[in-house]
Design a protein around this ligand. Structure first.
Ligand code: ADP
Ligand code: ZN
Ligand code: ZN
Length: 678
């Protein structure tokens, strides 16, 4: 046998695969090498992992280095999967070797050692499927009847029984002897959800998410790859488990921004899942009560098939939503020294009434506020100096009575008694957070059992599980929380939900700000009254009762909201009508970051003028990023916008070129279809 040559995607920041030789006479055993084979190869002085992408004929055989050995413990990645990885690398402009490296488990395949940890998947009583509602039936049928790749958008109000539809899709897939992938946002991967799947399909479920240990992840990976578990439920990273014979892909809460990875490979899990389903030739079901406008528009144009469920199951009503105008409340309070009812400043009489009433009924309430701590900022009222993080251009948040914390880099210090600039002792704190709500509630309802769910209180899966158990058992009367409690949770006795300040997020410099607010309001409201006939009660407190996100969330009218918001997007050629790519320039020195951002701007201008097809690429910026300094790194950005996705891609590749123009120490990063604009 003679020497052959292979293209290998090596685990290194290289934009293309490298060529390696293989001389069969140097190997003891017979070698079997194909596209997808994992290998170890030399790179510089190191040995790195790689994956063979195909055979090739080299131009210069002499300088060629040879494959060290074959990692035969891994079955070769199959072609469909590799095509998907190739798409990811190309579309999101990330080194292919880095992307493909995610396809392997973190540890070597382990023996059947008994672990001390509780099992990843709880053992629960098997459940049998309920009789489907008419709406559920009419959504399930077209999915079952579909053949080959077909994308479905399942738009169903909160509590309409989407999860049950997923379960029945899975049953079909299993009966055909196929496999299925179910993606959910990390935060909804609660034991509640996993239990529902495990109870319906005992012994058939594998789970992959970021809270597993490396050993657990490795074991779950093998149980799927070895064909023991046909259903994989996981967060976006579960997609990198190379599944064969996929019969369906399901993405729950498809609108969730957390499906987008923010660093390294900046891929969108939902979009990547659609491509995966396409390559496998199977249906994909995107489910949500508040679909992303991208998916909604695809359903409007017929690219996706729209399936809708407008009612909650068992004739349960949607919650009654009441909007409290905080401006009027403030007017009413004027002239009074203090609130005669001893209410905290953030609580309206209506909210107080509902909380009191619900406590008396022995039901549960939840208050939502997307902000941790006791106060948002501290400042000297004598000279106006704010307490800022030394590493970030962000004001410090007060926790407890005297602890200042940066929410971006975790820097912390004590609240000083004196201002460092003017020596005044007039230090005040302003604003509110979940900690303050809890303290105030304690004073107001000393008899109530309170719990708080935010990143300070709930640091891992165990904490969240304990909280869920306590809610289920009825050990909590009022739950206070951030977005941690906004999604996915289902508590039978939770009937009153209060949004303390809906306005947070209205004015973020992000073209999706209104969409996000609408989604959040709807999701939070959807936690109320899921198991009672009258649907429960939601109180939204706001200074902007006319804001379109509130107007439409109040009456659960997604479609009118989408129509209004899409008009604005269209006028500005923002997604889903245009494509955007964010270019972020960063450096430890502001002047360097700023200088580099001008350089990028000039390169863009040159490129636009060099070819007529690039004239359609619009350029916004450069400007400092809204979060200009984070962890001692200065950030500036530019936004590219066009209606032509192909054009965008070739523009970006040309713009980045060999990247040798980027000074060392500075970074230029591209984010294709960005979600985080801050
Ligand atoms: P969604 O995912 O749309 O929010 P779920 O699937 O969680 O809704 O359903 C809400 C509740 O209704 C759950 O407690 C679920 O067990 C129950 N449920 C779903 N479908 C049915 C059905 N056909 N008959 C009775 N109960 C159902
Ligand atoms: Zn001062
Ligand atoms: Zn900081």
């Amino acid at each position: 046998m003679k020497t052959t040559f292979f293209q290998v995607a090596v685990n290194a920041p290289l934009s293309t695969p490298l060529t390696y030789s293989l001389d069969p006479s140097k190997f003891e055993n017979e070698i079997n090498i194909t596209r997808g084979t994992a290998v170890q190869v030399p790179l510089g002085k190191r040995k790195v992992h790689g994956v063979v992408l195909g055979e090739t004929s080299p131009s210069n055989e002499f300088s060629m280095r040879s494959i060290d050995h074959i990692l035969s413990e891994y079955p070769p990645l199959h072609d469909t999967y590799i095509k998907w990885v190739e798409w990811l690398a190309q579309y999101y402009m990330h080194p292919i070797g880095r992307v493909i490296h995610s396809s392997f488990p973190p540890l070597k395949r382990g023996g059947k050692r008994k672990s001390q940890n509780p099992p990843v998947i709880p053992s629960v009583e098997p459940s049998s499927p309920p009789k489907l509602t008419d709406e559920q039936k009419s959504c399930l049928q077209p999915i079952i009847d579909s053949s080959g790749f077909q994308p479905f958008l399942l738009h169903g109000v909160t509590g309409s029984g989407k999860t049950e539809v997923y379960l029945q899709i899975l049953e079909r897939v299993l009966s055909e002897g196929q496999t299925a992938l179910v993606l959910v946002p990390e935060i909804s991967l609660t034991p509640q959800l996993i239990q529902r799947f495990a109870a319906r399909f005992p012994e058939k479920i594998a789970v992959i998410h970021s809270h597993l240990t490396e050993r657990e992840k490795t074991n779950q990976w093998w149980s799927v790859v070895a064909g023991e578990k046909p259903i994989l439920v996981g967060a976006r990273s579960a997609m990198f488990c190379p599944m064969k014979n996929l019969g369906a892909v399901i993405v729950d809460e498809e609108h969730e921004p957390s499906f987008k990875q923010d660093e390294k490979l900046k891929y969108h899990g939902r979009d990547a899942a659609v491509v995966l389903a396409k390559l496998h030739g199977c249906p994909i079901i995107l489910g949500s009560a508040t679909p992303s406008l991208e998916s909604w528009q695809n359903a409007q144009t017929g690219k996706y098939s729209l399936l809708q469920m407008k009612y909650r199951v068992a004739e349960r009503k949607m919650p009654t939503v009441e909007v409290v105008d905080l401006k009027q409340l403030r007017e009413a309070k004027k002239g009074l020294d203090h609130d005669p009812a001893e209410r905290p400043f953030w609580m309206s009489p209506r909210l107080q009434e509902e909380l009191t009433l619900n406590l008396e009924k022995g039901m549960q309430s939840a208050l939502f506020l997307n902000r941790r701590g006791t106060a948002q900022m501290a400042l000297c009222t004598s000279c106006g100096t704010q307490f800022e993080c030394p590493n970030c251009a962000i004001s410090l948040t007060l926790h407890g009575k005297s602890h200042l914390v940066c929410h971006y880099c975790d820097f912390s210090q004590q609240l000083p008694h004196k201002c460092a600039s003017c020596e005044s002792e007039e230090i005040e704190t302003i604003g509110l957070g979940t900690e303050l709500l809890e303290t105030d509630l304690q004073k107001m309802f000393p008899q109530a059992r309170l719990a708080r769910a935010d990143r300070d209180e709930i640091s891992g899966r165990k904490d969240l599980e304990a909280l869920i158990r306590n809610m289920d058992k009825g050990n909590i009367d009022i739950l206070v929380g951030t977005q941690m409690i906004a999604k996915g949770l289902d508590f039978p006795k939770l009937t009153v939900v209060g949004l303390v300040l809906a306005d947070i997020g209205f004015n973020l410099p992000d073209f999706r700000a209104t969409e996000r607010s609408f989604q959040l309001l709807t999701q939070v409201s959807g936690r109320a009254g899921r198991h009672v006939q009258d649907g429960g009660k939601v109180i939204i407190q706001t200074y902007n009762p006319g804001h379109s996100s509130i107007k439409y969330a109040k009456v659960s009218d997604y479609e009118s909201f989408a129509e209004e918001e899409l008009k604005e997007r269209k006028d500005l050629a923002y997604p889903p009508f245009g494509r955007v790519t964010l270019i972020r320039v960063s450096s430890p020195q502001n002047s360097k970051a700023e200088g580099l951002s001008s350089l990028v701007y000039n390169r863009c201008e040159q490129l636009r003028n060099s070819q007529s097809k690039y004239q359609s690429v619009q350029l916004l910026g450069p400007c400092p990023a809204p979060l200009m300094k984070i962890r001692n790194t200065y950030r500036h950005q530019l936004l590219l916008k066009t209606t032509d996705a192909q054009c965008m891609q070739s523009f970006c590749y040309q713009l980045m070129g060999d990247q040798k123009w980027i000074p060392s120490g500075s970074k230029v990063q591209l984010d294709v279809d960005p979600i985080n604009m801050l």
